[in-house]
Design a protein around this ligand. Structure first.
Ligand code: AQP
Length: 333
């Protein structure tokens, strides 16, 4: 059975981008055809300035939204990263294998460090090194597949490189994982700024559809999506990114191919209406199930505690093997 691992950061409310790019696939093929582990990667939320109470709240919300999205704790392991020490333990070993040049080439580091410096703040060292922690998240489970959106491809490639380098230096220890992406909507763009990814931590929210937005809010955001001055609906991601984004969202929610769907709409307005209804219907069951789950306090905590115990049992021997391989004495138990 293929082993799958993926995670989500509690840096904001989950978005349509998270859902179409990653979470929906976790709830579909991932957990039924594979041995799957999904994680609220809370340590990654500490790489930028954060409010501790908000991180706690968003971590709980992310876990209950993942359950609402269809993750079945009887079939997959759902847990919080900081509950399993092996992630941080392995991260340090991998820092001894990675190079600073590799870290500085990461696109997300380049983009986010510019933002942090422009705000007048300093850049946390963890923002530079977090791709190594992400590699540890994946390698600790010997995961073979990592279902992610397009923005995470570079990090999964780094993970492969580190696995190969570690194995060459210290002997076969890790599996080389590969990223899997959805056929459409692998990078859902911000509705108000189609040049930017729809990201849950972004400050301007008008172009972001959140999973818990009410239907009327979703409709309003989509009807106000930025397009261009053209009239004819065509799928041209480079020339007409706003319209292409809407067509990709429609294809992901209602089925079909974005280029073929384009021909069915006489105007941008008609396309937006259809996209809005398709998104409302796609997210409706998630919102409803989430409402039910919040009426069962304690359920998510129970799932997370069981998940952490299962995750530890898998990760511990892998990370112990890595510690032994690099020459560290085993601790007496
Ligand atoms: N817009 C998106 N389109 C498709 N997939 C996306 N993902 C995120 N945004 C999109 C995928 O969702 C998974 C979890 O994402 P994350 O928590 O790592 O990142 P985020 O939601 O983008 O949150 P942030 O804090 O705003 O992240 P930054 O700014 O660091 O990118 C991943 O599989 C991701 O690919």
């Amino acid at each position: 059975m293929t082993r799958v691992f993926s995670g989500i950061k509690p840096t904001g409310h989950l978005t349509l981008g998270n859902y179409l790019g990653a979470v929906r696939r976790w709830a579909q093929a991932g957990q039924y055809e594979a041995e799957a582990l999904f994680c609220v990667v809370d340590l990654h939320a500490l790489t930028v300035e954060h409010d501790p109470a908000r991180v706690r709240r968003l971590s709980r919300q992310a876990a209950s939204l993942l359950l609402a999205a269809g993750l079945d704790p009887a079939r997959c392991t759902l847990f919080v990263q900081s509950h399993v020490d092996e992630h941080a333990r392995l991260s340090y070993l991998l820092e001894c294998v990675a190079t600073d040049g590799e870290m500085r080439r990461m696109i997300q580091y380049k983009e986010k460090s510019v933002v942090e410096r422009a705000r007048g703040g300093s850049v946390r060292l963890s923002l530079l090194t977090y791709p190594v922690l992400m590699a540890a998240d994946i390698l600790a489970y010997r995961a073979e597949e990592v279902p992610v959106g397009a923005d995470q491809t570079q990090h999964v490639e780094l993970t492969r490189d580190l696995a190969v380098r570690f194995n060459q230096r210290y002997g076969q220890t890790f599996v080389q994982p590969r990223a899997t992406r959805p056929p459409v909507a692998a990078r859902v763009m911000d509705l108000q700024d189609p040049a930017s990814k729809m990201g849950k931590s972004h400050a301007a929210t008008a172009g972001i559809v959140y999973l818990l937005d009410e239907p009327d809010v979703i409709r309003k955001k989509i009807l106000r999506a930025v397009t261009d001055s053209g009239r004819e609906v065509v799928y041209d991601p480079a020339g007409r990114p706003g319209v292409a984004n809407l067509l990709e969202i429609l294809a992901a929610c209602a089925g079909g191919d974005p280029a073929a769907l384009a021909g069915a709409y006489p105007s941008y307005g008609a396309l937006k209406k259809e996209v809005a209804e398709a998104v409302v219907e796609t997210l409706r069951p998630v919102r409803e199930r989430h409402r039910e789950l919040t009426a069962e306090p304690g359920e998510a905590e129970r799932v997370l505690a069981e998940g952490a115990a299962r995750a530890r049992a898998i990760a511990r021997p892998v990370v112990d093997a890595a510690y032994a391989a690099v020459g560290l004495l085993p601790a007496a138990r």
